[in-house]
Design a protein around this ligand. Structure first.
Ligand code: ATP
Length: 264
């Protein structure tokens, strides 16, 4: 049985002045699916993630999560509805511990505020203790090694562990959809292989979680996603299994240039 569509985009267009960064793009993401987003620099990949997460409001078109329209919903509410992301450049709090970075990721799930911290301490303390134990479980789920380092400062972690920590922090909001923006950037092949194993294990443990992964590393793109969507100059060039998509001449042209593709 085919899993239901959880997230969809229809006719998504994004203009910045005269520049069309995204033109009439449609996509569907199914429950439990890993969708790779690929394309040359400037193709519109990050723009797509920014539209889905509410950082950009599309010039036209719409995004729906489980059928509900997300256009105009502010980013923090989109997190609350079940979409979390990591960024191309690290957004970790370097001066906080690994575990505290994950606890912060739970803010969309906690209710205590400043007033509770001052006047209703026991409620705030209880909520904090629960958040810490959930954060520990998440770290274990993403990487046992990261869990062992939970009291280190995030800024002291090697690059590969920082990427894992960003994934753990994004998972702290209990998303239905996780968007990863170039998770393997700055990693060598061994670290990328380990990351792929971690993501596979995560998906096996949470079969309902749906992922969109922007990637440049073709080893990861060939091995991990069930399906890839190719963007170029803001347009969708192709959508399908990597083994099929990579043979399409216009995809090869986008990556290699027209001449090189003819000689390939
Ligand atoms: N806020 C913005 N204002 C103006 N132009 C923007 C803005 N965001 C993106 N763009 C432009 O939109 C186009 C698509 O950019 P985008 O960052 O989505 O590409 P990308 O595929 O993610 O590229 P890369 O692989 O280099 O990260 C580019 O021409 C970029 O300069």
């Amino acid at each position: 049985m085919v899993a239901p569509v959880i997230l969809s985009g229809r006719s998504l267009t994004m203009r910045f002045g005269g520049l069309v960064a995204m033109a009439e793009v449609d996509f569907d993401l199914r429950r439990g699916e890993i969708l790779g987003i690929i394309g040359p620099n400037g193709a519109g990949k990050s723009t797509l993630l920014n539209i889905i997460t509410g950082l950009y409001v599309p010039s036209s078109g719409e995004v729906r999560l489980e059928g509900e329209r997300l256009n105009g919903v502010p980013p923090h509410r989109i997190v609350g509805r079940g979409i979390a992301r990591t960024f191309q450049s690290s957004r970790l709090f370097s001066d906080l511990s690994v575990i505290d970075n994950v606890v912060i990721g739970r803010h969309s799930k906690t209710r205590s505020g400043v007033i509770d911290a001052i006047f209703r301490r026991s409620r705030a303390d209880r909520e904090m203790a629960a958040s810490v134990s959930i954060a520990e479980e998440l770290l274990k789920a993403v990487s046992r090694d990261l869990f062992e380092q939970r009291h280190r400062l995030a800024g002291e972690l090697p690059q590969a562990d920082r990427r894992r920590l960003e994934i753990a922090r994004a998972l702290a909001s209990e998303p239905k959809v996780l968007l990863l923006d170039e998770p393997s950037s700055g990693m060598d092949d061994a670290d990328t292989d380990a990351l792929m194993d971690d993501i596979r294990a995560l998906c096996a443990a949470r079969p309902d979680l749906s992922l969109m992964i922007i990637e440049h590393d073709m080893r990861l793109v060939a091995a991990l996603p069930h399906r890839v969507m190719v963007l170029d100059y803001g347009q969708k060039l192709a959508d399908g299994p990597f083994e099929e998509v990579r043979l399409i001449p216009r995809v090869q042209e986008a990556y290699l240039g027209r001449k090189a593709a003819q000689n390939a």
